[in-house]
Design a protein around this ligand. Structure first.
Ligand SMILES: Nc1nc2c(ncn2[C@@H]2O[C@H](COP(=O)(O)OP(=O)(O)OP(=O)(O)O)[C@@H](O)[C@H]2O)c(=O)[nH]1
Ligand SMILES: [Mg+2]
Length: 327
């Protein structure tokens, strides 16, 4: 079936037509160079209508309860009149076929909800490529009128940094009992957190969850605030009983209101856009360097020399750069 024009796709997205959203997202996710022009034309039409949502990143180790929480949280939001888009950044999805299966089984209710839209992680390519496509999908969802975008990512290093760079608020989920190993754990991730949530605070785990929450609250106090008007919070919740899940939304709103009042909300988005531009430029330059014929031919001579230790890596790099510049 022939793809509708970018104009038609843009109208369909603006009307909130699911099928058109699906096709628009397939277009922006396409890795075919020939599709890029149409994708850009579509995004240019949608961009003026995007940006109106609250973007929340949600991360945590496998099994911490991300999908289950998003199901409960998402359902609470749609019953409150919100339209919720759930996106994912999963750098491993090309290997495992995506967390699609897991997500579909954990988000059965939300997946059927007419006011929710769930899109699994784009697969294949570099993490930067996956992140770019997720950002563009976010534009599609916002232009379609979704006012809350949840971006789920599994807790593995770089993908969290990527997601933190594309959302307004970053939520880190941890398990009850995980406070004891705080010294060792990913302090870097705690530093990204605007809100820390201890999951599965129910049944036998309730006491442990409260203790873990206290430990994390203490740890968060030692980290210099990354936003001057916001002190990261720690809380507990249970996606199973629903207890505490509404607090996540209360905190999200307080976060947004605080940043808006201080004039930081739009500032941060502007900064994020500039950073993405640089990232895209740097990715593009890296690809161009790797594909450059002059660099490739020089590399054939230089790489063995560097490997043998007869030429320093820095000198070789400088020579390659000169070759790239056409020198
Ligand atoms: N008791 C209890 N169990 C929960 C809760 N939330 C999730 N679980 C259970 O924890 C397990 C993992 O939950 P998921 O939501 O799939 O976790 P996830 O973080 O999405 O996992 P990955 O997608 O594999 O990274 C499941 O067996 C859930 O039923 C909760 O609030 N309380
Ligand atoms: Mg999951």
């Amino acid at each position: 079936m022939k793809r509708p024009s970018p104009e038609t796709l843009a109208e369909g997205v603006r009307a909130g037509t699911r099928a058109m959203m699906g096709r628009a997202i397939t277009l922006v996710e396409s890795s075919r160079a020939a599709d890029r022009d149409d994708a850009n034309a579509l995004l240019e039409r949608l961009a003026p209508h995007a940006g109106g949502s609250i973007r929340v990143g949600i991360t945590g180790s496998p099994g911490v309860g991300k999908s289950t929480l998003i199901e409960t949280f998402g359902r609470q939001l749609t019953s409150g009149g919100h339209r919720v888009a759930v996106l994912a950044v999963d750098p491993s999805s090309d290997r495992t076929g995506g967390s699609i299966l897991g997500d579909k089984t954990r988000m059965t209710e939300l997946a059927r909800d007419p006011n929710a839209f769930i899109r699994p992680s784009p697969s294949g390519g570099t993490l930067g490529g996956v992140a770019r496509r997720t950002r563009e999908t976010m534009t599609v969802c916002e232009a379609a009128g979704y006012d809350v975008v949840l971006v789920e990512t599994v807790g593995v290093g770089q993908s969290e940094v990527m997601v933190a760079g594309m959302v307004d608020m970053f939520v880190v989920l941890v398990l009850p009992g995980s406070g004891d190993e705080l010294q060792g754990i990913k302090r870097g991730i705690l530093e990204l957190a605007d809100l820390l949530v201890v999951t599965k605070a129910d049944g036998d785990a309730l006491a442990a969850a409260r203790r873990t929450c206290q430990q994390h609250a203490n740890a968060l106090r030692l980290i210099p605030p990354k936003i001057p008007v916001w002190t990261p919070k720690a809380m507990t919740c249970s996606a199973l009983t629903g207890e505490g899940v509404d607090t996540i939304w209360t905190v999200t709103q307080a976060f947004r209101d605080g940043l808006r009042a201080a004039g930081l909300w739009d500032d941060r988005r502007r900064e994020q856009r500039v950073r993405w531009m640089w990232r895209a430029l740097e990715d593009g330059v890296r690809d161009a360097v790797h594909q450059d014929p002059a660099v490739r031919s020089k590399l054939r001579a230089l790489e063995p020399e560097v490997r043998a230790g007869v030429r320093t890596p820095d000198e070789a790099a400088a020579l390659l750069l000169t070759a790239f510049r056409g020198g």
